[in-house]
Design a protein around this ligand. Sequence first.
Ligand code: SAM
Length: 301
Amino acid sequence: MKRRTAGSPNRKRPNPEIKSRSNGFGKQPMRPLFRWVGGKQHLAHRLAEYVPSDLSDRLYREPFFGAGSLFFFIRPRRAVLSDLNSDLIHAYRFVREKPELVARYLSSHARNDSQNYYYDIREEYNYSAHFTAAQSARFLYLNRTCFNGIYRVNLDGDFNVPYGKKENPVFPDGAHVRAASTALRKAKLREGTFEVNLRGTSAGDFIYLDPPYPPLNGTSFFAHYTQDRFPVEEQERLADLVRKLDKTGALVLMSNADLPLIRRLYRGFNRMNLRVPRYVKTGKKKHAVDELIITNYEIQV
Ligand SMILES: C[S@@+](CC[C@H](N)C(=O)[O-])C[C@H]1O[C@@H](n2cnc3c(N)ncnc32)[C@H](O)[C@@H]1O
């Protein structure tokens, strides 16, 4: 079946719910609010098959939240969601607390969208001292219209991604923002590193880990998510932590790149190649790398 994306020209206002699919957990799956580098929107239905079926008895933890494609697809009741990108987490908080206001500001940005307007809003975003519902809507507007949905800041911490010149940018409408607010109602939203936010994990918790990809063959393969990068040493620290979490009795599902480094770090865990290549551009070169699923529990798919 041809995958329809939120960006298809004939679908300017996609329904927040993915009608054609069931998520396997008795809820209607939802599209994420953001475009996100490394986002798993296209894979969420595949990943959901690997999630334990007794999820409703477990606390769902996602410390590399980004656009939260899997979370919005399965919509767990109790969750701890976190990311190093603090503006992203602030934006989610206002989506949850003030969905009507965020949607109203966003629809005004959507109506006014143009290259000049984008740069005005980018400046307002960078000069705003406080995070508010208006700032959350600016964040959403910039995300939907910037080049490739990248989040990148300069050394002063200013968001500096150029206008994306997309022909038909798609903006979440009121129904989508409200649905996201409902999905996030019982979630704890936290900013910070995966290490800090996985403290307090208990036996039985379910953790979905979707870290940035590691460097590929020494090429600069880092995604521009935040001021920080995710070098090999971070992948190693994450693998050490996963071994500790495994001993704690938590269930861990990870998506990562199918590279020798990652296979080596997770030796002894269940590892499955999803046969879904992802193309990542570094300079003028395109690299294809398959998605690898890693779990510390038996899976029957
Ligand atoms: C591959 S993206 C996650 C995409 C997400 N699963 C989705 O479907 O949209 C990785 C995320 O990790 C975050 N991140 C990077 N380094 C981190 C760290 N050290 N601790 C926590 N989050 C980090 C980035 O800000 C980014 O949002």
